[in-house]
Design a protein around this ligand. Structure first.
Ligand SMILES: [Cu+2]
Length: 130
């Protein structure tokens, strides 16, 4: 192999490694939310062609506030729904939209865009598990 061939190969291997990490490792990390003053579990979710963080862990029986900061202009992300909680909200670009609810039952719930294409997970645990 020439030097150019081997450095191209190295760059390709590095790119593949990064892509695998991005989709299979980074996306699986769950953000644990600690309750702040007043017991509310506050988390800011960036909406930019997806949700960041996309996996959020909270404790059952205490109020949750999801603050969606939408930065993209794709029609896909203009709505967010939490079907298990009967919530559907419009998210204006460049603004923060807060969604308040209290998950009473431990379990894994989804939040998605209006069409169900962008997806996030809300993992609700018992207070003693957190
Ligand atoms: Cu969508």
């Amino acid at each position: 192999m020439t030097l150019i061939e081997s450095s191209t190969l190295a760059a390709a291997v590095a790119a593949i490694g990064w892509i695998n990490w991005y989709f299979f490792v980074a996306g699986r990390q769950t953000t644990r939310v600690a309750a702040g003053a007043g017991g509310r579990q506050d988390v800011v979710v960036r909406v930019d062609g997806g949700y960041e963080p996309s996996a959020i862990q909270v404790v059952a029986g205490r109020p949750v506030r999801l603050s969606f900061d939408r930065v993209d202009t794709s029609g896909c992300s203009e709505e967010v729904t939490l079907p298990d909680f009967g919530i559907r909200r419009f998210l204006p670009t460049g603004a923060r939209t807060t969604v308040d609810f209290t998950p009473d039952t431990p379990g894994t719930y989804v939040f998605t865009c209006g069409m169900g294409m962008l997806r996030g997970r809300l993992v609700v645990t018992r207070a003693t598990e957190a």
